[in-house]
Design a binder for this molecule. Structure first.
Ligand SMILES: N[C@@H](CCC(=O)N[C@@H](CS)C(=O)NCC(=O)O)C(=O)O
Length: 207
């Protein structure tokens, strides 16, 4: 748990799946934190000072020290507050978790972002490409409650981007990227996520 002297502040954004990852991890660990909603169209001096390289949220400020990039922040949180571990202990399993986290961010997210920006046949092609990537995640879920196994882990937290951001974005853009007939395991996993108190707290709306 957090020490009395710990000052934890999250520069984030309500709608950002990257920022939500950090909220989930801190909530899971029981670390009290201050959430500072940022406007990325008018970046605050604190954000620019804290993340001068990428100028992006989320940024975690721990006793004034900034940490950027959500995957890096998640590992920092896990190293700093060791209760309710997020990453597995075994080196091979840790490497595998990092592999899937990279896959979600570098492949699935990048492909899904293109769905938002395209129309017509071009969009059909990127929807197909995104589904191809999602098939790997679908396979990973067979026989498991969570991507982390029996309980929520690093990859689940990272992949909430698929469960909530992508599966809500598809409603907004009006294209079903993750249909239940094609991805029953992913839909089962989303149901499991929604039963967790930490998810209910961090993703309170709608689903
Ligand atoms: N790789 C970053 C991605 C973070 C990211 O894309 N943040 C967006 C908001 S969702 C942002 O701050 N965008 C501002 C910009 O691009 O200038 C992470 O994992 O933290």
């Amino acid at each position: 748990m957090a020490e009395r002297s710990d000052e934890v502040k999250l520069l984030g954004m309500w709608a950002s799946p990257f920022s939500r990852r950090i909220e989930i991890a801190l909530t899971l660990k029981g670390v009290p934190f201050e959430f500072s909603e940022q406007d990325i169209t008018n970046k605050s001096p604190l954000l620019l000072l804290s993340n001068p390289v990428h100028k992006k949220i989320p940024v975690l400020l721990h006793n004034g020290k900034p940490i950027s990039e959500s995957l890096v922040i998640l590992e920092y949180i896990d190293d700093t507050w060791q209760n309710n571990p997020i990453l597995p202990q075994d080196p091979y399993e840790r490497a595998t978790a990092r592999f899937w986290a990279k896959f979600v961010d570098e492949q699935i997210y990048v492909s899904a972002m293109k769905v938002v920006g395209k129309i017509g046949e071009e969009r059909d092609a990127v929807v197909e490409a995104t589904r191809d990537l999602l098939k790997s995640l679908e396979k990973e879920l067979v026989g498991k409650d969570f991507l982390g196994g029996k309980s929520l882990g690093f990859v689940d937290i990272v992949a909430t981007l698929v469960a909530f951001w992508l599966m809500r974005t598809e409603e907004i853009v009006g294209v079903k990227v993750v249909p239940v007939e094609m991805f029953p395991e992913i839909h089962r996993w989303v149901k499991n996520l929604l039963e967790l108190g930490v998810i209910k707290k961090c993703y309170p709306s709608r689903r």
